[in-house]
Design a binder for this molecule. Structure first.
Ligand code: FES
Length: 352
């Protein structure tokens, strides 16, 4: 392009330094232009185009089949209590189905764009970004052109198979939600009761060693399980029982427990026990800040004030952590006075 035709080129070529000395500036990078267009096999051979179309919709239907397989595998290889092998088989076959479903959609879409969609090179001139009517019309035409050139509206077989594949690909994910609420268990009932009962000793997690009140020093926090939990083996629902009954034990000065906000009759000499299961969506509340007496749930940053009955002071949790009523037995060991008096865990379990 001649300098006179392009103001920018002209300006570059005639630029003068402040000394007034005219300098000829040569453009260091030449525009290489577009390489010669190479036609694809599918552009020149209608039979090849047909083969490509067949391949694409076969891949999309393969994706549908893989999604169905993932759902079937979820039922054919159920997770059985305490069986690690069943967990592995379930994850392997469901995962293979989901992976194949997504892979087939991806390969099909790439093949569609490379072999079937228009292969023309074109230059799109830049223009000002203004929201005028003409711009909107141009956008509309661009969509219409894309529809025409991709064949999305025309090639019903490819389009419908892609839509079917995309819809089917989300079904395995939805199926997995069923595992959150097993049919033979009422979740409200299951979370309303834990292993704690009158006289059950509080024990260290995971050793199962009972805790004396004298061992709980000021400012300390213990992760606690019911002593009887250690007697269960893993095939007897050990993890399920532990997940519900797990407790945090802390000692404050008795006068740091705000009267009226704590059930003082459920504490022992400043020692308090609260469920470790967050009342938001059930993560383990694990971080205790002994200066402020705050418990933090790391999942979504809910904070609970232990000095005020584990009331929520920040975050999405909707209610305080349930308190476990405790006292000591004749030998000085900490024991439960009863089970929790309300369901542990997320608040929505309480809602029928
Ligand atoms: S689970 Fe604890 S804040 Fe969300």
């Amino acid at each position: 392009m001649a300098h006179e035709d392009d103001p920018l080129e002209h300006e570059r070529a005639t630029w003068q330094p402040s000394s007034g000395l005219a300098v000829e500036v040569r453009d260091p990078v030449q525009n290489p232009g577009l390489p010669p267009h190479r036609h694809r096999v599918t552009d020149e051979d209608p039979a090849a185009m047909k083969r490509a179309v067949r391949t694409v919709y076969t891949l999309f239907y393969l994706s549908v089949a893989a999604s169905i397989w993932a759902i079937a595998a979820y039922m054919l290889f159920p997770i059985e209590d305490g069986s690690l092998l069943s967990v592995r088989q379930n994850n392997l076959f469901v995962g293979l189905g989901i992976a194949l479903a997504l892979l087939a959609i991806g390969i099909g879409a790439i093949h569609w764009s490379k072999a079937i969609m228009s292969d023309k090179e074109f230059i799109e001139p830049r223009h000002a970004t203004r929201g005028r009517d003409t711009t909107r019309m141009a956008a509309l035409h661009a969509f219409e052109d894309a529809n025409e050139e991709s064949g999305f509206g025309r090639r019903a077989m490819v389009r419908n198979s892609l839509i079917a594949a995309l819809v089917a690909s989300v079904l395995p994910g939805l199926t997995l939600f069923r595992g959150l609420a097993p049919q033979d268990v009422d979740p409200v009932e299951a979370l309303s009761h834990t292993m704690w009962k009158k006289g059950m000793r509080l024990a260290r997690d995971p050793e199962g060693v009972p805790i004396r009140a004298s061992e709980v020093t000021l400012g300390s926090a213990f992760h606690v399980i019911p002593e009887a939990l250690a007697d269960l083996d893993h095939s007897e629902g050990y993890l399920e029982e532990k997940a519900k009954a797990i407790v945090l034990l802390m000692r404050l000065l008795p006068d740091q427990l705000v009267p009226g906000e704590n059930k003082m009759e459920w504490t022992y000499d400043g020692i308090v026990a609260y469920s470790k299961v967050c009342t938001h969506v059930g993560c383990p509340v694990a971080l205790y800040e002994q200066q402020t007496h705050h418990l933090l749930c790391p999942c979504h940053q809910s904070q609970f004030d232990v000095s005020r009955g584990a009331a929520v002071i920040f975050g999405p949790a909707a209610r305080p952590l349930p308190q476990l009523p405790i006292t000591v037995d004749d030998e000085g060991y900490l024991v439960a006075q009863s089970d929790f008096t309300e369901p542990v865990g997320p608040s929505f379990w309480e809602r029928h």
